[in-house]
Design a protein. Structure first.
Length: 266
């Protein structure tokens, strides 16, 4: 105690305490910070890589700052989800102007796609790439999957066909088959509305409903086709055609039969 009181009276006491406090704070900060700052540099590095790839392969159509040109729309605010969908299904980079850009072979790694997505997301906020629990139908009950079927028939089948086999649309366009589409890409298509497809917001269609639809599609496409007839699974046009032939045809046969029977009865 005697030592402490005499120390406190000493002229270097205050500066010494100040330095000690700074050292303690500094050590504490160094202990907490390295992780955060390395995550930050990792992120800036990812964005820089994304920008480099974008400048090289996308800017000819979308502009050097992604602000758009006469060859392609602005990507500011479309979000990483749109990039992941467009690149992840091989639609982008587009080779040339076409009426409708089809899904193609993907020539980029997921890492490259993520970096371009991070770059686009750094320009302005937009829908992010979904986490697994947002789209995965894992753990859904039969009832929820059945509801997914009802949701799909109400919101999607007009274009994509009753079981998502795809269908023709006006002006020579088409809604593609969903048989081979990744679960995450389905979520992204619903949220970003590519081309003629409407965008379904979180408010209109919560993640739970999207999961149910994905669950329904998974189940529908796992099922083998019983019997030889799939009706082509080519969407509403051919499905309508078959209903016409079988339905109206059946009615015609019944009508003829009744007419014949009636004539005999007379
Ligand atoms: C040859 C021109 C061309 C090139 C190259 C190109 N795009 Fe596109 N991109 C387009 C056109 C045209 C559209 C709009 C039509 C469409 O949606 O299919 C589009 C649409 C998009 C969209 C959808 C925007 C939205 O509204 O959601 C994204 C995302 C996108 N491109 C990303 C990319 C990325 C990333 C690259 C590079 C890897 C790229 N594009 C290269 C022409 C191009
Ligand atoms: C008005 C017609 C229309 C409706 C309604 C519609 N879509 Fe689409 N959808 C399209 C068109 C057109 C495309 C192709 C867009 C493109 O190629 O860029 C598409 C593309 C898709 C794709 C991408 C498939 C691939 O090629 O990998 C998915 C997934 C999808 N739609 C899911 C849905 C779901 C789920 C719903 C209902 C919630 C829905 N769509 C409602 C027209 C529609």
């Amino acid at each position: 105690m005697k030592f402490l009181t005499s120390f406190r009276r000493h002229s270097i006491a205050r500066p010494a305490l100040l330095i000690l406090a700074l050292v303690v704070i500094g050590l504490g900060y160094a202990g907490v910070n390295p992780q955060r700052s390395s995550a930050e540099t990792e992120m800036t590095q990812q964005i820089e890589e994304g920008k480099a790839l974008f400048d090289l392969t996308c800017s000819s159509c979308h502009g050097l700052g992604a602000e758009g040109t006469s060859q392609g729309p602005s990507l500011i605010g479309v979000g990483a989800a749109s990039v992941d969908f467009q690149m992840g299904t091989g639609r982008m980079p587009a080779a040339r102007q076409e009426a409708q850009l089809p899904a193609r072979k993907v020539n980029y790694t997921q890492e490259q796609i993520d970096s371009v997505g991070a770059y686009i997301a750094s320009l302005a906020p937009g829908p992010a790439v979904p986490k697994k629990e947002q789209y995965s139908p894992e753990g859904l009950t039969e009832e929820e999957i059945a509801r997914g079927g009802a949701l799909f028939r109400a919101n999607c089948s007009a274009c994509h066909g009753i079981v998502g086999g795809g269908g023709a649309m006006p002006n020579g366009e088409y809604a593609p088959s969903l048989v081979n589409t990744d679960e995450a890409h389905i979520w992204e298509a619903v949220r970003t509305g590519p081309q003629q497809m409407p965008t379904f917001s979180q408010k209109v269609m919560p993640d739970q409903s999207v999961r149910e639809i994905i669950g329904y599609l998974d189940e529908a496409h796992e099922q083998p086709n019983y019997g030889g007839l799939t009706m082509g699974e080519a969407g509403p046009v051919s499905e309508g055609f078959w209903i016409f032939i079988v339905g109206i045809g059946g009615l015609a046969i019944v009508a003829t039969w009744i007419a014949k029977k009636g004539a005999r009865a007379r």
